[in-house]
Design a protein around this ligand. Sequence first.
Ligand code: BGC
Length: 268
Amino acid sequence: MSYQPLQGQKALVTGASSGIGAGVAVALAAAGAEVVVNYASSVAGAEKVVDEIQAAGGKALALKADVSNEVEVAAMFSAMFAACGTIDILVNNAGLQQDALFEDMTLAQWNRVIGVNLTGMFLCSQLAVREMRRRGPDPALSKATGKIICMSSVHEIIPWAGHVNYAASKGGVKLFMQSLAQEVAPHRIRVNSVGPGAIQTPINRAAWDTPEALQALLKLIPYGRIGSPEDIGKAAVWLASDDADYVTGQTIFVDGGMTLYPEFADGG
Ligand code: BGC
């Protein structure tokens, strides 16, 4: 059995039916956590992730909720508490893009992206913090009373033309995460973000599914490869574990150097 720093802890990963969320759910389960695999629409995707976790000897269940919907989020947390008893780790992963040039962007596209990527983190984190405080610490499980991880992006600091709604949501995640971390640190709840760069998932298929697109993308990645959901899963496990017990309010960029201004390597 591999190193299991999250043994016995209860985790919720939002948007875990595909992509980075699926990778994080599998990684947390391999580290010993019981994982709720949240999905908004793809029950088949969520069940595949649950099956994969169970086949490896882990514990998981799928729960449906649109994280931007207060009623559905409340029902999901009630179902999780009924099944698992409590929550130790929340991974605010659910996120989407609805890209458009600014002049063409509709209010619906703006609201949907802010609703899922930012308001969803507010709704889920609030219920998680209330439960963590109600329950209090369990030193047999973890030094911290609770851990919250927000899936941000390199676009919490890199501006992104044609994606103003998405970049605004991730810029919002940066100060949401830091302000919440500051507020709940005295309660021993740690709040951090992972900032992925280009990870090979459905959200950015157009950026890697032709040789030309991949070549253009790799110009932005000094380390010379696209990332995988496993790269992000490992960072999430570390942030959730006591190995990161003195880490709060931080964004860990897992991006192959995308945030290093690669165009300055031979310019400027
Ligand atoms: C976006 C991807 C993009 C990556 C790097 C992510 O946050 O969702 O579409 O490829 O950032 O630009």
